[in-house]
Ligand binder design. Structure first.
Ligand code: SF4
Length: 155
């Protein structure tokens, strides 16, 4: 049976980003075309609109959000933590329903980031950590790649 991966919808060409744009990675769109990846957007699945104000995790990373120790807040100060958790849970539910072998998720996003994310100051600073959906998938034992680490893995 061929392995199916989840892929961030914005990397597959969908205009799901907060600014209404995408971050197309042709290699990942190709995976979708071949039936080897399924696009998901945790922020939209959590009920957020597009476009929307940018958000960052404050007080920790996605694992801390899942433990109730950090929040996701928009640049205009709105707490959107519940939507991020809802979106992450839906992505995990889909990963399990589709028996996904892993996920390739957009780097640095407060939902999708893996390894490093923005630090909550909205000043472009990075900190080590995962976004909320990436953290929930990793916690469930699924391998999570960024678009870059996926490319490196392919060699
Ligand atoms: Fe892309 Fe993930 Fe942001 Fe959705 S939540 S726009 S898939 S980075």
């Amino acid at each position: 049976m061929k392995k199916i991966f989840l892929v961030s919808a914005c990397l597959a060409g969908a205009k799901t980003r907060f600014d209404g744009e995408n971050r197309l990675e042709p290699q990942l769109l190709q995976l979708v075309r071949e039936g080897r990846a399924i696009p998901v957007c945790p922020e939209q699945l959590g009920g957020l609109t597009t476009p929307r104000p940018p958000a960052e995790i404050t007080g920790g990373d996605g694992f801390d959000v899942l433990r109730g120790r950090a929040k996701v807040v928009t640049c205009d100060g709105r707490d959107v933590t519940a939507a991020y958790i809802r979106g992450a849970e839906e992505v995990l539910r889909l990963a399990q329903a589709w028996q996904a072998a892993g996920a390739v998720l957009k780097a640095r996003s407060p939902a999708c980031g893996s390894g490093e994310i923005y630090d909550g100051t909205f000043e472009g600073n990075l900190r080590p950590g995962f976004g909320v959906a990436a953290a929930l998938l990793a916690q469930a034992g699924l391998p999570v790649f960024s678009e870059k680490s996926w490319k490196d893995k392919q060699g």
